[in-house]
Each structure stands twice: as C-alpha cells, then as structure tokens.
Design a protein around this ligand. Structure first.
Ligand code: HPA
Length: 276
C-alpha cells in the first residue's frame, strides 16, 4: 500500500466538511486521544461521523468515537475530533493527519493534541497530566515522506519549537502537573523494558503511539500546536504490572475530572485571547 499523503483525498474531505457547515470558521481544534472522549461531555453541538468524511475511515481502537463535533466555548468556534486514527492501524497517513489539514483549511490556527501515555520520568506516575514540551519521533517514518505538496508547508520544515511556548504556559496554568518530552513509537505493541531504558537515556519522559504525526504536520503548516498527555501507567519495566489498553482506559477514567477541568480552563483562556 502507498502510505503517502494524498492531497486529492485531503481536499475531498475538506469539501465534505465545508458542505456540511458552509459558515464554519473554527479558531481552534482539539484531537481526543485514548481515554479523553468523556472529557468533552460538556460540549454540545452538531456532529459529522468520520464515516462520512472521505479518507477518515473508522477508528479501529476501543474508546475512539469517530465523530467530528462542531461546538463553541465562550464564543470561540471549536472543532473537536472525537477519536484519532493511528499509524499502526495500517491505513497510511491520510486518516492520521486529516484533522490537521481540515482545521488549517478552514482557518483554525491553533490545535490541542491529547493522548494517553506511559510515564518514564520518576515524577510522571499514573494520573499525571504532562504538557508536551518537545518530542522524539521513533515511529520509523514521517508523515511528510513522499512527493512534496506545497500545501503542506515547505519541503524541510524547521522543528526548533513545535510546541508553542505560550500554549504550554496556558496548559500548565490550566491545571497540568509537569512538562516533558514525549516519545512516539509506532505500536501497536507496548515497549519492552530495554526499549524504555533506551528511551529514558535519550531524554524521553513519557511514551505513546500517537500525536507526533499530527504535531509534525501542524508545525509544517505554521499552526500553533499544543500537546497534553494523560499518563495512565508506568512504562514497561518501571511498574511491575503487565500493560493493557483496558488498564490505560481505567486510569484515564479515574483522571477524567482533572482532564476535563484542564482542557476547559485552557480553551476558555484561548477564547478570551481571541476576543481581545
Ligand atoms: N506505551 C505506549 N503507549 C501508551 C502507553 C505506554 O506505556 N500507555 C498509554 N499509551
């Protein structure tokens, strides 16, 4: 299978969203990772199932709803992607990066990426909310590999500061516990203890299987990017329990009140920033 980004699919998807909501002008996008679905239960709005968006397909992971919600918070229009597609699902890069492309095409300049992660650094135990300061790409690939499409930025995007400093500060003030470096592996296996030792020595503080592709593309498009990890387990070999997706979801559920509070306070702060 050709995994490359296909701009025809991206444009077809954008058109469907524009046809559904001709007046849509989101300021900001939110992509919900594992465990984050319920954190937005307070938001009301109209939805567009991923199955109706060309190229988005159907999330293959339990707990990922597969719906684009158009909503507002304190007068700021917001698109919430309820569920993400992952590289390990094997359907190439289009479904993974489509939310970013759509947001950018509709004029949003800010995106918050959320995920569940395993904690590597000592202070990042289960239940911690970590603001992503920087990332390490261990996916073994990059969504921008392939023919260069100028619509996706320059051929060689600078990545000196992917995660916007102002947004990082706002997330911290909104209730996150710490900042750290997120390392993305392809999955779908969890890591081995030897891999985690290696990642620690490389400077990684938390590990997961997502977020980095979207951040790479959002940065290439010049969007202000923020990332927030809910640490749901100690990474392999640190705790003594085997890892499972069910346990990850269980910790995320227990952490929901803080996840909710943090993203709501962050988005309200953004809304006020756009107002002024
Ligand atoms: N590793 C990779 N992805 C994850 C983990 C982990 O320990 N926890 C939640 N997502």
């Amino acid at each position: 299978m050709n995994t490359h980004i296909n701009p025809l699919i991206l444009d077809a998807a954008t058109e469907v969203v524009q046809r559904k909501w001709p007046t849509a002008q989101p300021k900001c996008g939110l992509i919900l990772g594992s465990g984050w679905g319920e954190a937005v239960s307070i938001f009301q709005g109209e939805g567009l199932p991923y199955s109706e968006i060309p190229g988005m397909g159907k999330p293959g992971v339990m707990g990922h709803a597969g719906n684009l919600l158009r909503t507002t918070i304190d007068g700021m229009e917001l698109f919430i992607f309820q569920g993400r597609r992952h590289w390990y699902e094997g359907e190439g890069w289009n479904p993974v990066i489509l939310p970013i492309y759509i947001l950018h095409a509709l004029g949003a300049d800010t995106v918050l990426l959320t995920n569940a992660a395993g904690g590597i650094r000592d202070d990042l135990g289960p239940g911690s909310l970590m603001v992503i300061k920087d990332h390490i790409n261990m996916l073994g690939s990059n969504p921008l590999i392939g023919p260069h499409h100028p619509k996706l930025g320059t051929r060689f995007p600078d990545q000196s500061e992917i995660y916007n400093k102002t947004l990082r500060k706002k997330l911290f003030e909104a209730g996150a516990d710490a900042e750290g470096v997120y390392i993305a592996t392809s999955g779908p296996t969890f890591e081995t203890p030897a891999e985690i030792n290696q990642y620690r020595s490389m400077g990684a503080d938390a590990v997961g299987m997502s977020t980095v592709p979207e951040a790479i593309v959002a940065n290439a498009l010049g969007m202000r990017t923020a990332g927030l990890s809910c640490v749901c387990n100690w990474a392999a070999g640190i705790g003594n329990a085997p890892l499972s997706h069910e346990d990850v979801n269980e910790v995320a559920t227990a952490t929901l009140p803080r996840m909710k509070k943090t993203i709501t306070a962050f988005l309200k702060e953004l809304a006020h920033e756009f107002e002024s």
